[in-house]
Design a protein around this ligand. Structure first.
Ligand code: FES
Ligand SMILES: [Fe+2]
Length: 387
């Protein structure tokens, strides 16, 4: 049996599907093996909705944003009618990546290699000099078979998702647990501030596993622990949500109490923050006055891109006089995340060692991680015909 197939075995599934007190985590190869990432791509990412962008990042017709989804270049494009479409970001001529960097208000998508041009809806429009100098005809090739390959794409409250398999249930169903858990947060009213990126030398699961537990706060984040301490944290395991929350997040101590809160926020939520994850790659930081939306994009088994979108509570929060308070939110996250990057990358280095076998979970703090790892193991196991 290849190394790839031996990562998830019936014995691994039995061990991870035990109650959290007895369960063992995913084996270390699940964090280091390229073959395992290929299985996750097929059975976890492609099967699901994958968050790719904020709609506000491509506000105007002809705006386009490229993204690599585990070796599949994808581009999302704002249409003339205001809709958003997603395509495989690959020229149909000889396969060059079509859009390498974000583009603004261009009438077409033009390949940098031989200048084939596609409409914003993916239609192949121009094949310059294909038939010889000055002859743009494609001759016997059927042009309309050479339109860009579309990818299923839907938007939920300004968040753009794609589904590579095309077979996932509707996006509204995927996001329903979020809408239900946070009825006081006006997702439709979110306004995009900054977008921040981090690239980590770690498997994509490790920043998620770190994000959803509050156990490490006193040691990794002394400042955050003073704003919202470990003692106030609880684990959230309401599958498909796995996360953590704090029932005492002090906005004034954090330095952004000037920001307006979402309009329906009641007393309970004014001092609360939650950090849920939704498989595979969506993390939310839900606060009374802002929501961080994270997309995690594996680059290889030991490398990941994190893209963090800062959303605020309506237009009032975007006013110039709120810039300082928004800056505090953004600076806090930046420094806290750099603290996380250190431990997450150290976990990756440790997991490359034969001295590491699998994880044990704190039943109080890490039931959420157990839930997350179990769902990965079972999805890959089912894909391999083991479950
Ligand atoms: S590969 Fe795109 S035009 Fe040739
Ligand atoms: Fe952290």
């Amino acid at each position: 049996m290849s190394a790839m197939l031996s990562v998830i075995t019936p014995a691994v599934l039995r061990a991870i599907n035990q109650p959290v007190t007895d369960a063992r985590g995913l084996p270390r190869e699940a964090y280091t093996d390229p073959g395992f990432l290929a299985l996750e791509r097929e059975h976890v990412f492609d099967a699901s909705w994958v968050f790719v962008a904020a709609a506000e990042s491509i506000p105007d017709p002809g705006d386009a944003l490229p993204l690599d989804l585990i070796g599949r270049p994808v581009v999302v494009v704002r249409q003339r009618d205001g809709g958003i479409k997603a395509f495989h970001n690959v020229c149909r001529h000889r396969g060059v990546v079509l859009v390498e960097t974000a583009q603004k208000q261009r009438p077409t998508l033009v390949c940098p290699y031989h200048a084939w041009a596609y409409g914003l809806d993916g239609t192949l429009l121009k094949t310059p000099h294909f038939g010889g100098d000055g002859n743009h005809s494609t001759g016997p090739i059927e042009r309309d078979c050479l339109d860009l390959k579309a990818i299923r794409c839907e938007t939920w409250n300004g968040l753009v998702f794609v589904n590579l398999s095309g077979a996932a249930p509707p996006l509204s169903q995927y996001m329903a647990p979020v809408a239900q858990r946070y009825p006081e947060h006006d997702f439709a009213g979110m306004r995009l501030g900054r977008v921040m990126e981090f690239e980590l030398a770690a498997n994509w699961k490790l920043p998620i596993e770190n994000f959803i537990e509050g156990y490490h706060l006193p040691w990794t984040h002394p400042f955050l622990n003073s704003v919202s301490s470990m003692a106030n944290h609880y684990s959230v395991v309401e599958e498909p949500i796995a996360g953590q929350g704090s029932d005492l997040y002090e906005r004034d101590k954090a330095g952004h109490a000037a920001l307006p809160m979402f309009p329906r926020i009641g007393e309970h939520w004014q001092i609360r923050a939650e950090y849920p994850s939704l498989m595979p790659n969506l993390l939310l930081g839900v606060h009374a006055d802002h929501i961080n939306v994270w997309g995690l994009y594996p680059i290889g088994p030991g490398r990941v891109l994190e893209r963090v979108h800062f959303f605020y509570a309506g237009d009032a929060a975007m006013a110039p006089e709120m810039a300082a308070a928004r800056g505090v939110v953004e600076a806090n996250l930046h420094s806290i995340n750099l603290e996380d990057v250190g431990v997450v990358e150290a976990m990756q280095r440790g997991r490359s060692s034969p001295g590491y076998v699998d994880a044990r979970f704190s039943p109080y703090h890490e039931a959420c991680i157990h839930s997350f790892e179990k769902r990965i193991a079972n999805a890959v196991g089912a894909g391999l015909g083991l479950a």
